[in-house]
Design a protein around this ligand. Sequence first.
Ligand code: PTJ
Length: 247
Amino acid sequence: DVDVPESHPRYESLLTRHRIEEGVEKGITSRQGLIAQGRGEAFDYLLGEETIPSADRAERAAAAQLLLAEKPVLSVNGNVAALVPKEIVELAEAVDADIEVNLFNRTEQRMEAIATHLREHGADEVKGLAADARIPGLDHERAKVDADGIRAADVVLVPLEDGDRAAALAEMGKTEIVIDLNPRSRSTEVAAVPVVDNIIRAVPNITRHARELADATPETLTEQIEHFDPDEARRDAEHRIRDGDLA
Ligand code: PTJ
């Protein structure tokens, strides 16, 4: 694996970088994914490389949304597959969601490589290859989804998403949970649940909350969602970045 001592002050950041590099080598992650990672790292540095309290509240609300959903789908791109393949499979199991590969730079080879990688990490079924439906209002490649996957979903987790597609999904009436370290990105802005946190920390923490809430009644889950304020979460993250405020 990687030759970085755990005591290194930037251990996690270096490990993350290494996973993305490996993803590119395996044909999972796009080269643009390297740029996206760099952008994410800068925001994470300013956030203190930790899950701020408002992000933890968002992660709890995300767990409640996924548990309450009729048909939740976790969308996976090349960065997500490289960084958290096992953790995505665990979350899908905890909330009984489907996993669907949906790529910005879609090629059949990358679709196959990502589906295989997810299966190697325990996924039973990986959607996205059928591509028998479209997201209205988007150009060709980005619009391709499965009819019985994202097209039919009521709640979609869209990590590290491109703003156009996030907006188009919101336009379709989907409840979107967005994981994105940029509190001002268009994806974060359209999200019902904006999770401003590193996906490395966010996905396992959503799973932890989901396990805690597994036996909760629909009323309790609805309460968790209603108590969460997405505008406040976006503001808190931005304050933390600008002023180092603890939110
Ligand atoms: O695999 P593909 O072809 O679907 O392409 C995926 C990328 C990520 C390349 C594509 O969606 C893209 O270009 O995304 P953007 O527009 O660069 O947006 C990615 C967002 O995710 C940016 O706001 C980053 O700050 C954020 N981000 C990057 N790494 C992380 C992150 N957020 C959370 N955790 C990270 N590790």
